[in-house]
Design a protein around this ligand. Structure first.
Ligand code: AMP
Ligand code: MN
Ligand code: MN
Ligand code: MN
Length: 291
């Protein structure tokens, strides 16, 4: 029996719709064995989720994760980190600085919106974020609520997307810094959704080569709704860059197209990042004993 492993998910501690407790319940419903929680620039949901799973005797391996925002040649590249020590004071201080930049960027975006005649969005976005960091998704929700934009997608294509009217260039860390933060806290760094960056294959190879040289260990090589051709390309890039493979749904909310743990099989040609993870090996042992 193979395990269901999903290494990319969000909670209300960033821009996910489910609280850490609700995410754990959802994972249980979907029969997930191993779940990584990878909120944007924060690890605050993990202890809440682990405590909830333990208290309710839920058999789910929760992997410590994070998704760091980085800037690279004008692209917003997301770097996932796994198995860091989330109580490491240096890591926590670094993440706090990144969240500070997130807040400052949100203010810059809202200043630009005000110049377009859309006032006081920051205050409403704070309410949407409900105490968590503000992401562009929260700002898009405000624009939809106020009927400034008919859809979330339109909020991006008119105001929030790269180069649009209220786009504020983020001052994220570099890829090298992200890998350093993750590695120095004892973790492993992984490139998130390489097919989402709207870059040529040449740039993608440059990205994976630089990432590997910086000490990165893996890249996501599949995604629930990925075309076969894209999958083959990512597999080939992972192999030629000598990166391990990883997979996750990037779950934000239950929906028609998004669910935990679905269609995340990765090719046998690439070694999975979890090949030597104790949580996975232990789980295999338990399953073999039952079987
Ligand atoms: P942030 O980390 O605050 O910059 O927000 C990034 C999130 O915004 C991504 O994870 C996507 O969910 C969403 N996003 C970014 N660009 C677009 C776009 N063009 N259309 C729709 N959603 C987008
Ligand atoms: Mn997100
Ligand atoms: Mn991402
Ligand atoms: Mn994500």
């Amino acid at each position: 029996m193979s395990l269901i492993i999903d290494l990319h998910s969000h909670t209300t501690h960033s821009d996910g719709a489910l609280s850490p407790q609700e995410l754990v319940m959802r994972a249980q419903q979907m029969q997930i064995d191993v779940l990584a929680i990878t909120d944007h620039d924060t690890v605050s949901a993990i202890s809440v989720a682990k405590e909830y799973a333990q208290k309710n005797d839920i058999k789910l391996e929760i992997v410590t994760g994070v998704e760091l925002s980085t800037s690279w040649h004008g692209f917003d590249i997301h770097i996932l980190g796994y198995n860091m020590d989330i109580n490491d004071p240096v890591l926590l201080k670094r993440l706090a600085a990144q969240l500070q930049e997130r807040d400052e960027r949100a203010r810059r975006i809202c200043d630009k919106l005000a110049k377009c005649g859309i006032e006081n969005v920051y205050e409403d976005a704070l309410i949407h974020a409900n105490g968590a960091q503000i992401s562009r998704n929260h700002i898009a929700n405000v624009l939809v609520d106020r009927q400034v934009c008919a859809t979330h997608q339109l909020a991006f294509s008119k105001y929030l997307g790269k180069g649009k009217r209220a786009y504020a260039t983020p001052k994220w860390i570099t890829i090298q810094t992200a890998v350093e933060w993750i590695t120095q806290a004892g973790g492993q760094a992984v490139i998130a959704h390489p097919s989402h960056y709207d870059m040529s294959t040449k740039w993608l190879r440059r990205l994976t080569t630089e990432f590997k040289a910086a000490g990165g260990v893996a890249m996501e090589v599949t995604h629930p709704n990925m075309q076969k051709q894209t999958k083959s390309l990512l597999l080939e890039v992972a192999l030629s860059s000598e990166l391990l493979g990883s997979a996750g749904s990037d779950f934000h909310a239950p929906g028609r197209w998004t669910e935990l743990g679905r269609r995340l099989d990765i090719s046998e040609q690439v070694k999975p990042i979890w090949h030597d993870w104790p949580v996975v090996l232990n789980h295999h042992k338990i399953h073999q004993q039952i079987a």
